[in-house]
Design a protein around this ligand. Structure first.
Ligand SMILES: Cc1cc2nc3c(=O)[nH]c(=O)nc-3n(C[C@H](O)[C@H](O)[C@H](O)COP(=O)(O)OP(=O)(O)OC[C@H]3O[C@@H](n4cnc5c(N)ncnc54)[C@H](O)[C@@H]3O)c2cc1C
Length: 309
C-alpha cells in the first residue's frame, strides 16, 4: 500500500494541516508520498521531505499550479494517483476544492472529513453537524479522502529524509485563470492552528467591541474567532467564523464570549480541550459543553480578565 498526501502550502511554507494529514496516512499504514503542486515551491518540497514517516516527495513545479487552481491540480493528482491505494488531503478550502474533482476523474466515491482510521478501508466521519459519527467502509480501488485536521495529532515536522523527485506532468485545463487575492493579514496566530482561541458572538453588540477580545487575545497569544451571528451582522470578517459553515478548531483552550452555543457553532469547537463560556444568560446552551462557565456581563468580565492575565 502506498499513500499519496497532497501538501497544503502557499509556495513558500508548508501548512501545518499537512502534518495532520500525514498522521492520518500513517494510521492507514504503508509508504507515504507527498505531492507538492506549485510553482517555485522548492522550500516546501524540502520541508515535506523532512516530515517524519514520509518516504518520497513529488515536486510538480509548473506555472499551471502556481495558484493551485483545482481545474489544473485535480488532473495531475488523478494521473499520479492511479498508482496509489489512497489519496489524502486536508479538509481545507483547497483540499475540498481539489479532491472531489480527483474522485470524479478516477470514478470513485470520495470519503469526506474523516476523524479516525479504523482500518485501511474503514473510517469515521461526523455527520449532522457532528451530532452523529458515521463509520464508512469503502470498496473503492483508490480511496480518495479528505482529513479533518483536528481529528489527528500532527506527526513531527522533522526527522524524515525523503527523496524529492521532480514531476514533469503539466495540466493546464485552460478553463480558469487566477485574477487576484486579498489575504487578511494578522499578527495573531491562524485560527485553525492556534493553541488558544477567544471567540465573540452576537453579545459583542458591534465590531468595535471586539477590541476587548483582541486585547485579551494579545495577552494570551490567542487567535480571535466569531459566531456566524457576529459575522452576518458585519462585526468581523467571515474568515473568523467558527462552526459548521466556518472553521473547525480544537485548541487547548476555547473561550466563548457572548455566544449562545447553537449546534452549528458547537460543530466547529466542541473538540477543544478546555472550553470556557462567558454569558449573561445562565440557561445558554454553551454552558452544557463548557468546562468552566462564568455567568456575567461580558463587558465587565473581559476587561477584568484582561487585567488578570
Ligand atoms: C445551515 C446553518 C449553518 C450555520 N453555521 C454556523 C456556523 O458555522 N457558526 C455559527 O456560529 N453559527 C452557525 N449558524 C448559526 C447558528 O444557528 C446561530 O444562529 C449562531 O451560532 C448564533 O450566534 P450567537 O451565539 O453569537 O448569537 P445568539 O444566539 O444571539 O447568542 C448571543 C448570546 O450572547 C449573550 N449575551 C448578550 N449580551 C451579553 C453580554 N453583555 N454579556 C454576556 N453575554 C451576552 C446572550 O445571552 C446569548 O446567549 C448556522 C445556522 C445554520 C442554519
Amino acid at each position: 500500500m502506498t499513500i499519496l498526501v497532497i501538501a497544503e502550502h502557499d509556495n513558500k511554507v508548508l501548512a501545518p494541516a499537512t502534518l495532520n494529514t500525514v498522521a492520518a496516512a500513517a494510521k492507514i499504514g504503508g509508504d507515504i508520498h507527498v505531492l507538492v503542486a506549485g510553482q517555485g515551491a522548492g522550500a516546501v518540497a524540502e520541508a515535506a521531505a523532512k516530515i517524519a514517516g514520509v518516504s518520497k516527495v513529488l515536486n510538480a513545479d509548473n506555472a499551471a499550479y502556481a495558484h493551485q487552481l483545482p481545474e489544473n491540480v485535480a488532473p495531475l493528482v488523478a494521473e499520479l494517483g492511479k498508482g496509489y491505494s489512497h489519496i489524502l488531503a486536508a479538509a481545507t478550502s483547497n483540499g475540498k476544492n481539489i479532491l472531489p474533482r480527483v474522485a470524479a476523474q478516477l470514478d470513485v466515491d470520495q470519503i469526506s472529513e474523516i476523524i479516525s482510521v479504523e482500518s485501511a478501508d474503514t473510517f469515521t466521519r461526523p455527520i449532522y453537524a457532528g451530532n452523529a459519527i458515521a463509520t464508512v467502509q469503502s470498496s473503492a480501488a483508490i480511496k480518495v479522502i479528505t482529513v479533518r485536521a483536528t481529528g489527528f495529532d500532527p506527526v513531527a515536522a522533522e526527522g524524515g529524509s525523503a527523496a524529492v523527485e521532480a514531476v514533469a506532468a503539466a495540466h493546464d485545463a485552460g478553463t480558469s485563470s487566477f485574477v487576484g487575492e486579498e489575504l487578511a493579514k494578522s499578527d495573531r496566530p491562524e485560527l485553525t492552528a492556534a493553541k488558544i482561541v477567544v471567540s465573540g458572538g452576537r453579545g459583542m453588540q458591534n465590531g468595535d467591541n471586539f477590541k476587548h477580545l483582541y486585547a485579551l487575545a494579545d495577552k494570551l497569544g490567542a487567535a480571535v474567532g466569531a459566531s456566524r451571528a457576529a459575522v452576518d451582522a458585519g462585526f468581523v470578517p467571515n474568515d473568523m467564523q467558527v462552526g459548521q459553515t466556518g472553521k473547525i478548531v480544537a485548541p487547548q483552550l476555547y473561550i466563548a464570549v457572548g455566544i449562545s452555543g447553537a449546534i452549528q457553532h458547537l460543530a466547529g469547537m466542541k473538540d477543544s480541550k478546555v472550553i470556557v463560556a462567558i454569558n449573561k444568560d445562565e440557561e445558554a446552551p454553551i454552558f452544557q459543553v463548557a468546562d468552566y462557565g462564568l455567568v456575567a456581563d461580558l463587558f465587565e468580565a473581559i476587561p477584568e480578565l484582561s487585567k488578570l492575565v
